[in-house]
Write a protein that binds this ligand. Structure first.
Ligand code: FMN
Length: 204
């Protein structure tokens, strides 16, 4: 079953390491997932350039009055079957650009779809703290993270500017992550199509 993956980028920093990580992910995805018919869409906070969160889309009584860029972003998320979260680690936590982007959107756009975490740092911890912080956040949005995570330490040495790496543990880890996300992605897509999702009685 062909799936649409959406990959969120977490950094807006000039000279960000995110760019080489994106190239690495794209290359690996093209090699192992594209032949199976899967597609990868990037969601970049630099491209969307949203202001600090003042009014999320779901707080508009009439969503057609929300900024068009927000509606476009939401359509992309709604059309996705699963998510990859490419996160840096800022102060042992998620970078604000990531949560500022994702929190603008209604949780139902993410719900009943899996996510997979990829983190990186210049240092030796690989962004594990950001991944741990991401898990409850993603659960709250309703796109539960799969078990596997890909963490990349010393990203400036392990991944070249063009996205290439000599470290086969990184590419193998990405493949494991893609497989797990695809497994859950196919299962949830099928279930959404056959049975829909449970109706909600309360707001939370
Ligand atoms: C505000 C800020 C906080 C950071 N906090 C951490 C941290 O908690 N742990 C860590 O390993 N690296 C930390 N770093 C270093 C980042 O791992 C490094 O700058 C990385 O390149 C950030 O990703 P980016 O270049 O895509 O923005 C921090 C960097 C910034 C800018």
């Amino acid at each position: 079953m062909a799936l649409r993956f959406a990959c969120f980028i977490s950094s807006c920093r000039e000279g960000r390491m995110a760019d080489r990580m994106v190239k690495l992910i794209q290359a690996q995805f093209n090699q192992t997932m594209q032949p199976k018919g899967h597609q990868l869409e990037l969601i970049d906070p630099v491209k969307y350039d949203l202001p600090l969160l003042k009014k999320p889309l779901h707080f508009y009584k009439d969503r057609s009055e929300a900024p068009e860029i927000l509606q476009t972003l939401n359509e992309k998320v709604e059309q996705s079957d699963c998510f990859l979260i490419l996160t840096a680690e800022y102060n042992m936590n998620l970078p604000p650009a990531l949560t500022n982007l994702m929190s603008q959107l209604p949780p139902p756009s993410f719900e009943y779809k899996p996510s997979g975490l990829i983190s990186y740092t210049l240092g030796t911890r690989g962004g594990l703290a950001a991944c741990v912080a991401a898990r409850p956040y993603l659960a709250e949005l309703g796109c539960l993270p799969v078990k596997h995570m890909t963490t990349v330490s010393s990203v400036h040495q392990e991944v070249n500017e063009d996205g290439s790496t000599e470290n086969h543990f990184i590419t193998e880890s990405l493949d494991d992550l893609f497989q797990q996300v695809a497994w859950w992605g196919e299962a949830t897509k099928l279930k959404r199509h056959t049975d829909g999702v449970p109706a909600k009685k309360g707001y939370f």
